[in-house]
Design a binder for this molecule. Sequence first.
Ligand SMILES: [Zn+2]
Ligand SMILES: [Zn+2]
Length: 180
Amino acid sequence: MLFAHDTEFALNAAAALVNTGRGGREELPDMAALDKFVTDWEWSGDRARDQAELDAVRALRPRLARVWQMSKDDAAGFVNDLLRDGNALPQLVKHDGWDYHVHATPPDAPLADRMAVEAAMAFADLIRSGQLDRLRTCAADNCDDVLVDLSKNRSRRFCSITCANRVNVAAYRLRRASAS
Ligand SMILES: [Zn+2]
Ligand SMILES: [Zn+2]
């Protein structure tokens, strides 16, 4: 493991959140979709479950996505903005079977604020260890989903198994066509 478990989890959660709004698809069309995302990514804390909450989470995605393109200095400034805007105050907590990890927002802060600060804390780990380049965009054609390469040898290129398989199948067909 490269980073603390909660950092890696938060990075993957941030990428998953960004990807719910990529490629012209809306994967958070309604409250049920947001509920599922919150459950899948084990978000604890209070929920408003209203349109404002859903709008705020959706609006966070393009903001977080920018970090995937940023220089280290720009990313550091942006992370500082997110932490300041979210009134981040790191505290060690344990809950729901997770051992001690850091929450930097109280459980009653708005969901989008908690998501922003959690992502910012994880980006901060990447930046201060000089590993911001682990934030990548999927190498498959016609896919602009983001990913976090947490592999030891920095070999991850695709956002998902689906994209990896699609590219591998296309390459196989190409080889077979040129061989025959
Ligand atoms: Zn937690
Ligand atoms: Zn992809």
